[in-house]
Ligand binder design. Structure first.
Ligand SMILES: *Cc1c(COP(=O)(O)O)cnc(C)c1O
Length: 397
């Protein structure tokens, strides 16, 4: 027997510990040098000029919508097949999510359907790299460009991925990463907005910090002579130009982020090894559809999600997940459709069948344990257990 195999597990090393201690001993726990370095590392990796660290991926998306002035009366086109946060933020600013069905192979927004859904109230496209797959993000950018509306790239699941030579994070007016412990890198909690648009970046910096004015380049920040933490302690700290939030990323979290970013290439290589191993072990099984990665994509792999072939149903899928749990194998139904969550159904009167491809896909997915530290033995055990469960379900049909 193998020990419990969790669905995901963060990869935290000695450097993460060392840098967190350094922050604790420095006395500077917010808005310090680690935040700046973390922002530079992520901006560089995403191929963008500016990066703004925030307290979560959800907050990053929320600030981008606010900074773009999207609010009541506006529509934002988005996908029903994603983690719920990508649509929640549209509700949070008082705008209306306009869901569009997905493409059955990439599981991302179907570009043809986006074009048909754009109307006079459409103020943005919020596209997600679902399960980390960037396919069609370039098409989304082209459509947004033609209609002169911003593309917001929810790249929370795609840090380090490239598609047709472009880096995830750089496709839209702004991209947003998330650093929850199951993502490619983690800061415990955290997120980052990336953009080439300096005014948008400044607006987000102000919004994350209670609407305070942005220090001009070269001007000392909160730790300078007039800052709240400086010797004279006042300055612009209590000046507020707009209704802001507190979405700052603490220096402790930023230090973890710096350590993780410094070894991002190794973390990605380890994820690719696990994905390759799953692929080769599961290939050729007619009951399963494996993740599709097009030839122009270098994936950093957020999760490893298989789905049962067409013809299998939700009950069988749910029983397989439960049986995996009974064998101490982590598994999950990534993702239930957003439009069928109770408050979305109530608000917009969606009924099952509204987005048939997203619904059909989401009823058959199984996320398998996935982390940098998985051994070949563990991967083998997961595959063997999954195959056994599928066989049992198949016999009952
Ligand atoms: C993780 C994730 C988010 C939210 O990130 P948090 O840091 O958990 O707020 C948003 N969108 C997608 C697609 C995600 O996977």
């Amino acid at each position: 027997m193998v020990e419990e195999i969790p669905l995901s597990r963060p990869d935290i090393g000695r450097d993460e510990e060392r840098l967190v201690l350094e922050v604790l001993r420095s006395g500077r726990l917010s808005q310090g040098p680690f935040l700046e370095e973390f922002e530079e590392l992520v901006a560089d990796r995403a191929g963008c000029r500016h990066a703004v660290g925030v307290s979560s991926g959800t907050d990053g998306l929320l600030l981008v919508l606010r900074a773009l002035g999207i609010g009541p009366g506006d529509e934002v086109i988005t996908t029903p097949f994603s983690f719920v946060a990508s649509a929640n933020v549209i509700l949070m600013v008082g705008a209306t999510p306009r869901f569009v069905d997905i493409c059955p192979s990439s599981l991302n927004l179907d570009p043809k359907l986006i074009e048909a859904a754009i109307g006079p109230r459409t103020k943005a496209i919020l596209a997600v790299e679902a399960l980390g797959n960037p396919t069609h993000m370039d098409a989304c950018a082209a459509i947004a460009g033609r209609h002169e509306i911003p593309l917001i790239e929810d790249c929370c699941e795609a840090l380090g991925t490239t598609h047709k030579g472009r880096r995830c994070g750089s496709f839209g007016r702004a991209g947003v990463f998330g650093f929850y412990p199951n993502k490619q890198i983690t800061t415990g909690e955290g997120g980052m907005i990336v953009t080439d648009d300096e005014r948008l970046a400044d607006a987000c910096r102000s919004l994350r910090n209670q609407g305070r004015p942005i220090p001009r380049r070269g001007e000392p920040g909160p730790h300078g002579p007039n800052g709240p933490h400086g010797p004279r302690g006042l300055g612009t700290w209590l000046a507020h130009e707009r209704l802001g939030y507190n979405c700052r990323l603490s220096e402790l979290n930023a230090a973890v982020g710096v350590a993780q970013m410094r070894r991002l290439d190794d973390l990605i290589a380890a994820r690719q090894r696990v994905a390759r191993s799953y692929m080769s072990r599961l290939m050729g099984r007619e009951e399963l559809i494996l993740p599709t990665v097009d030839s122009e994509t270098a994936m950093s792999w957020f999760v490893f999600v298989v789905r049962l072939a067409t013809g299998w149903g939700r009950e069988e899928r749910d029983r397989i997940i439960q049986s995996l749990h009974r064998h101490d194998v982590g598994a999950a139904n990534y993702f239930p459709c957003i439009h069928l969550q109770p408050y979305f159904r109530e608000l917009f009167e969606y009924a099952p069948g509204a987005f048939p491809i997203a619904e059909s896909v989401s009823s058959r997915t199984i996320a398998l344990p996935f982390s940098t530290q998985m051994t070949e033995r563990e991967i083998g055990f997961v595959v063997q257990t999954l195959e056994l469960m599928i066989e049992r379900e198949g016999m009952g049909r």
